[in-house]
Design a protein around this ligand. Structure first.
Ligand SMILES: Cc1ncc(C[n+]2csc(CCOP(=O)(O)OP(=O)(O)O)c2C)c(N)n1
Ligand SMILES: [Mg+2]
Length: 659
């Protein structure tokens, strides 16, 4: 049925292609048997779609990154990953790629330049952009290929990724496998255009429709396009027409798929058609075919024996906890004597600029940060000093820029992503909490990304420019969270955050930007994470605060000189300096924790719980939490003043002292 135009490929090339397309088919057939025998738990079949994964992988160079999906076994087999490692991965064993922490194709491997998906499908499209950006900045002349199903193209990530790739002219092949269904949803319920490839025009991008069942068409066309984008970097949208011949996963079946469609596509089977072609052309004798299959079968069986004989994974508590973050040895950098008095905002700008000088591999990305200097002018003058490659204005697309940061990290670079306001991180929430936070634990890939978060209220900016949303992130293992209150801390902690290979959310209270000044060293320096500072010492009560609330506490004490209190400025929330908190409370016997965020589920609650558990015998009163009202943050300044706990703090403190 399928017509092959072999161009200048010789018999040897064609036989290699045949072996490559046959291998995932035979592995899958074996997996279906094991599934029926209850020896593996789940299977997402790519049967009928192998030509795409295999053809694209063969068209790329070994050192070029590929970001496959759940039906792309052919990427892994064509890159020659030992099969027993794949089998161990699917059995949740240590010889897999995730130490039993993630299943199926949810893993990557730097050794094979493969970056696997997260379940959410869309995010890896933006990750591919980051990898391609690194290769463009370093002029590596490499292409990156990323896969999605047609269902995944309905996600916002797809739109954002294509737009950014086009605006930045990144060398990415966006490979859409249009297999007719997304789970049970047919294409006419997924999108309204005729071809997904047609959308490329809207992004100012080239596109091609390719017969996804024709391995020769896939290989030759993608080879030609990859060569072209290596030389002339730009993204290309490729729509591969194909069909999903089995259920979404094996348990769900195909009852909703019309039989005529199944029959029509069965006749277009990519493996059988190519086999017949080679046989008809006299390039593959029956005897040879048998030999090829026997060799593959015995490879599969031998590797299955290895994987089945591997012992199940044994839980190791300390290993589990240690692997959440990439280990990083903090080496303090101490500044010279010279200092000058600067505002909070200037200290951040200095810390960022000096980090750009320290790390030639550091890229900063954000809306309006280049010529305009950012809405708070923190990056003013950076463009002139560091150039457009490293100081990047972005379209309005938080999600895909966070994903690009992840991609830069995979390619060995660092990034700082500026949220214009911390409120807008909700538009990039998924990649922060699911991609950046979990990658190191899942497959050992760190996310060297700092996200700057201008936050906080008291500036009459309403519900969407005033939030302090640190608790969304302190909740998520894998992230570090920093929240300074003074210029000196902000500068040193930002430099420290950028040195850290792990993802860091760096909160900057905008109410402090232009109101708080301090003598700050002129040179570059760093400050440690997980070390609170004790700003005042007293013996009646411990006040535990961070960000703007530190200043409320200090003001309150200035107005009430008879109160003798420890004031603990946490500085970093993850890691949290529990030792400093406990030590103080054991001394004073009373604790008040003040946060600007609304009460429920915030840091104050957790600190309070820890104090109950650890310092119960030392407490002379219940731990007091002070926080904002349980409402969104209002605009009118009188309402905002009522919302914020600044005034309530003083009352609560006095009540606690009188307890
Ligand atoms: C954000 C998100 N929503 C829903 C799902 C559940 N889900 C997993 S795969 C899938 C269908 C994907 O369809 P498509 O992109 O066409 O890929 P295909 O399975 O056809 O290869 C769905 C709905 C998910 N994994 N992530
Ligand atoms: Mg699909």
């Amino acid at each position: 049925m399928i017509k092959y135009d072999i161009k200048n490929l010789n018999t040897e090339d064609l036989i290699l292609i045949y072996k490559n397309i046959l291998k995932p088919r035979l592995v899958e057939e074996k997996m279906l048997v094991l599934l029926r025998q209850g020896k593996i738990s789940k299977w997402f079949a790519g049967i009928g779609q192998e030509a795409i994964a295999v053809g694209v992988t063969m068209a790329l160079h070994q050192e070029e990154y590929i970001l496959p999906m759940h039906r792309n076994l052919g990427v892994f087999t064509t890159r020659d990953i030992p099969l027993h490692r794949l089998f161990s991965q699917w059995q949740g064993k240590a010889n897999g790629f995730t130490n039993g922490r993630d299943r199926s194709f949810h893993f990557g491997t730097q050794d094979y330049r493969i970056v696997g998906m997260i379940s959410h499908l869309g995010p890896q499209l933006g990750v591919a952009n980051g990898i391609a950006l690194a290769s463009k900045i370093k002029d590596k002349k490499q292409a990156t290929a990323v896969f999605t199903g047609e269902g995944g193209t309905s996600e916002g990530d797809f739109h954002e990724a294509l737009n950014v790739a086009s605006v930045w002219q990144l060398p990415v092949l966006f490979c859409v496998e249009n297999n007719g269904y997304g789970l049970s949803t047919p294409t006419n319920e997924q999108y309204r255009c005729e071809h997904i490839a047609d959308r490329a025009a809207g992004y100012g991008m080239e596109s091609h429709i390719i017969d996804g069942n024709n391995i020769i068409e896939v290989f030759t066309k993608v080879s030609e396009l990859a060569k072209s984008i290596r030389k002339n970097p730009r993204p290309i949208l490729l729509e591969f027409k194909t069909f999903r011949m089995r259920g979404h996963e094996e348990a769900s079946g195909t009852a909703y798929v019309p039989q005529e469609l199944m029959d029509a596509w069965a006749a277009k089977d990519p493996v059988l058609n190519f086999q017949s072609f080679l046989r008809d052309e006299g390039m593959l004798t029956e005897a040879n075919d048998v030999l090829i299959k026997e060799a593959l079968h015995s490879e599969i069986n031998d590797h299955l024996d290895i994987a089945f004989s591997e012992a199940p994974i044994q839980p190791d508590l300390s290993k589990e906890l240690d692997d959440v973050y990439k280990s990083f040895e903090y080496k303090p950098v101490i500044a010279g004597q010279d200092s000058s008095e600067v505002r909070f905002v200037d200290a951040i700008s200095q810390g960022l600029k000096q980090s750009m000088e320290q790390h030639p591999e550091l890229v900063i990305m954000g809306q309006d940060i280049a010529e305009y200097g950012g809405v708070f002018k923190i990056t003013k003058g950076f463009l002139e000093q560091f150039g457009k490659d490293r100081v990047r204005n972005t379209p309005i697309c938080e999600s895909t820029i966070v994903e690009a940061g992840m991609g830069l990290s995979i390619a060995g670079m660092k990034s700082v992503v500026e949220m214009q306001f911390s409120d807008f991180v909700s538009s990039g929430f998924n990649p922060v909490v699911n991609y950046l936070a979990k990658s190191h634990y899942r497959w050992g890939q760190h996310a060297d990304v700092v996200i700057r978060m201008p936050c906080g209220g008291g500036v009459a900016a309403g519900p969407f420019h005033s939030q302090t949303n640190e608790a969304w992130f302190t909740k998520t293992p894998g992230l570090k969270v920093v929240y300074p209150a003074f210029p000196y801390d902000a500068k040193g902690l930002l430099a420290r955050a950028i040195n850290d290979p792990n993802p860091v959310l760096f909160f900057e209270h905008k109410g402090l930007y232009r109101t708080i000044r301090q003598e700050v060293p002129i040179d570059y320096y760093t400050l440690p994470f997980g070390k609170a500072s004790v700003l005042r010492e007293g013996n009646q009560v411990s006040i535990i605060a961070y960000g703007a609330t530190v200043h409320w506490a200090l003001d309150t004490l200035d107005r009430n000189p008879d109160i003798s209190a420890d004031v603990i400025d946490l500085r970093t929330l993850q890691p949290l300096d529990t030792e400093a908190i406990f030590e103080s409370v054991k001394k004073t016997g009373k604790a008040i924790v003040v946060q600007e965020d609304t009460m429920f589920g915030g840091i104050a609650s957790d600190i309070s719980a820890m104090l109950m558990e650890t310092c119960f015998e030392y407490l002379d009163a219940p731990v007091k939490r002070v926080a904002s009202l349980e409402t969104p943050i209002p605009f009118a300044s009188q309402l905002e003043a009522q919302f914020l706990p600044k005034q309530r703090f003083e009352e609560a403190l006095k009540l606690l002292l009188a307890y």
